[in-house]
Design a protein around this ligand. Structure first.
Ligand SMILES: [Zn+2]
Length: 414
């Protein structure tokens, strides 16, 4: 059984505990007798009115009481968030284990017995303190409830419109038809289940994204749970950058009501094999350094390269500051053996004779902004004593222009 399936079991079981309160809250949100009387005062039996007009009337004229639903959804969100923290840790631990990339911190999460998972007091504590994007989710509760209420009122409108058509049998029959129909739809257990599952899954996703961001995860995958075509396509798309859109246009589940899909992190098989703090520090340049680096870039000459001149593209490029050599043959698994190291700018040898000004500029402006800078360090191979840049010319040039004389890189001997 996949980890995602075990977690889904915990989601469905935990969400089920909120179904009855959600159902009661929706049932109590409308005064059915008052709504039917108000409707018949406006549109007596025999009125000609379209179902759409009745739904419109219902949405604007039937009052709803939603305070009970607010409290329940807050609990669902906080509980889902706690489940999302635990499950994303487990996903992260699992993915790290598979890549042999330091899963030790997540041993507890990997060992969770999902068939017995309980949130404990954590949801209540979370509601007091808030955390990450949970705050935004809680702030959006009223908008979510407005959607739920609008759906309810639309359905009530449909029943009222149907009731007008049975009106020929007499007012009492129409009245009873309307009241019974509305009570039925307000008590719909499947709808309460869908709301509990969807809203809990939503909070789980929010917690997962918060957690993956803290862990420095750069890419995530969509894991379909009884996926519809839309969600299957999201899963088939494979890894997507954190915050990027899946084919459905969503950055995270749920993609639709009743969606219980989750996201799992893509963990690279890279461990930080160093205790040197210089290698993992972020090194954010000040605004003056950035301005100075940008003006240095502007005055550097265009590369004198016949190929660029023939395209009339020279001013988009800048000469590389390093001597260049042919690209050496590099094993595709080169990253597996790479270590973090500091290299001197002056000792580097390039493989690109000219670089794009725009990219260098972007790296100057974004230098040190990554949460896990070591992941995006340049790759250097050492061949015959030369430090050859394989990947990362632009960011290294940005560092050079920022006045840094050493750079943290991934380094491997070949
Ligand atoms: Zn889905």
């Amino acid at each position: 059984m996949r980890l995602a399936d075990k977690i889904d079991g915990a989601l469905v079981r935990t969400a089920a505990q909120h179904v009855a309160p959600i159902r009661n809250a929706i049932a109590g949100s409308v005064d059915v007798d008052a709504a039917v009387e108000a409707f018949l005062n406006t549109f007596p039996i025999g009125s000609t009115v379209t179902p759409n007009q009745v739904r419109e009337w219902a949405r604007t004229n039937i009052p709803t009481k939603t305070s009970a639903l607010v409290d329940i959804l807050h609990t669902v969100y906080a509980t889902g968030y706690v489940l999302g923290e635990d499950s994303s840790n487990a996903h992260y631990g699992n993915a790290s284990l598979a890549k042999d990339a330091s899963p030790t911190d997540f041993g507890a999460a990997i060992g969770i017995d999902w068939s017995k998972w309980k949130p404990g007091n954590r949801p209540a504590e979370l509601l007091v303190r808030g955390r990450g994007r949970l705050r935004q989710l809680l702030n959006r509760t009223n908008a979510t409830i407005k959607d739920i209420s609008d759906t309810t009122l639309n359905r009530i409108g449909t029943v009222l419109a149907d009731g007008l058509r049975v009106g020929a049998a007499g007012d009492t029959v129409a009245r009873e038809f309307m009241k019974a129909g509305i009570k039925d739809l307000l008590n719909d257990p499947r709808r309460a289940v869908a709301i509990a599952n969807t809203e809990m899954a939503r909070a789980m996703s929010v917690a997962s994204v918060d957690n993956y961001q803290n862990l420095g995860v750069e890419q995530v995958e969509w894991i379909g749970m009884e996926p519809c075509d839309l969600c299957q396509e999201n899963e088939d798309a494979g890894p997507v950058d954190m915050g990027g859109e899946f084919p459905s246009g969503d950055t995270e589940p749920p993609a639709h009501p009743n969606c219980r899909c989750t996201i799992a992190p893509v963990v690279e098989g890279q461990t930080i094999k160093t205790t040197n703090p210089d290698l993992t520090k972020r090194g954010v340049p000040g605004p003056v350094e950035v301005e100075r680096a940008l003006s240095r870039l502007i005055v550097l000459p265009n590369p004198a390269h016949p190929e660029l001149a023939s395209m009339g593209d020279e001013d988009k490029y800048v000469e590389s500051p390093w001597r260049t050599v042919e690209v050496p043959t590099v094993d595709p698994n080169v990253w597996d053996n790479a270590d973090l190291a500091l290299v001197k700018m002056a000792d580097l040898v390039g493989t690109d004779p000219y670089l794009r000004r725009k990219n260098v500029k972007k790296h100057i402006k974004n230098m040190g902004q990554a949460v896990t800078p070591y992941r995006s360090n340049a790759l250097i191979v050492v061949k015959d004593g030369a430090n050859i840049i394989i990947d990362g010319h632009h960011r290294l040039m940005a560092r050079w222009l920022l006045g840094q004389d050493t750079a943290p890189v991934w380094k491997v001997e070949i």
